[in-house]
Design a protein around this ligand. Structure first.
Ligand code: DX5
Ligand code: ZN
Length: 222
């Protein structure tokens, strides 16, 4: 079991954008720890979501930490704009298709005193992120191929969560291990048991009647 407090980060990609301010307040009142903001450029992933302007809008309506997930090419080019928009943590993809110098981007985010995150797609082996683990605050293990909410959880990703936990324990690290995609009470329980301590959930929260109940069930207080 994870030794760290389980944090829940609703992904606003699944929120009702015609009432975004209300959705943000509802998620906050329901006990969300962070807000997860999925940025998609239509190149790195086959979908387009929103950019820095929406992050800045969300920033105005909440004090919750904003956990920004850049599913974009050339994330280094856009990091300054997401910092300006009020991101508390910025996570970039390790895959070569993201077209950036990973170490350089991570140090740029670190230099801005912003949380530093790295993520890998289901098809990317854990070895791809190992060289960077000591330089990041958060490892996001994608449990779906990024691009869309509501996809089924990829069980085999628990191997990567386990390897991240082993690394974290062996280095007495406070690395956050985050999972993202298809997270519901059952897959949350599995992810926590394997070492995850941050749960990103879009559909299972924003499609629920009662956000507080949905968040509490993800934590395991069914
Ligand atoms: C997928 C995104 C996920 C997604 C959440 O590319 O990174 O964060 O919005 O997915 P669900 O709706 O499955 O929780
Ligand atoms: Zn995400």
């Amino acid at each position: 079991m994870t030794s760290q407090k389980v944090l829940v980060a609703p992904s606003i990609l699944a929120a009702d954008f015609s009432h975004l301010e209300t959705e943000i307040h509802r998620a906050e009142e329901a006990g969300a720890d962070w807000l997860h903001l999925d940025i998609m450029d239509g190149h790195f992933v086959d979908n387009i979501s929103f950019g820095p302007a929406v992050v800045a809008t969300v920033r105005k309506h909440t004090k919750l930490p904003l956990d920004v997930h850049l599913m974009i090419e050339h994330p280094d080019h856009y990091v300054p704009r997401f910092l300006e928009a009020g991101a508390n943590s910025i996570t970039v993809h390790v895959e070569p298709e993201a077209k950036h110098d990973v170490a350089k981007t991570l140090s740029t985010i670190r230099a801005a005193e912003c949380g530093v995150g790295l993520t890998l797609n289901p098809a990317t082996p854990f070895e791809a992120v190992e060289p960077y683990l000591a330089s990041i605050d958060l490892l996001l293990v994608m449990t779906v191929h990024p691009g869309f909410g509501g996809q089924p959880f990829r069980l085999e990703m628990m191997e990567k969560v386990k390897r991240a936990k082993t690394w974290r324990d062996a280095h007495q690290s406070t690395l956050h291990i985050e999972v993202d995609g298809g997270i519901n009470p059952a897959t949350a329980k599995l992810s926590i048991a394997n070492g995850a301590n941050v749960l990103v959930a879009g559909t299972s929260i924003f499609r629920a009647e009662d956000y507080a109940k949905a968040i509490s069930e993800l934590r395991g207080n069914a």
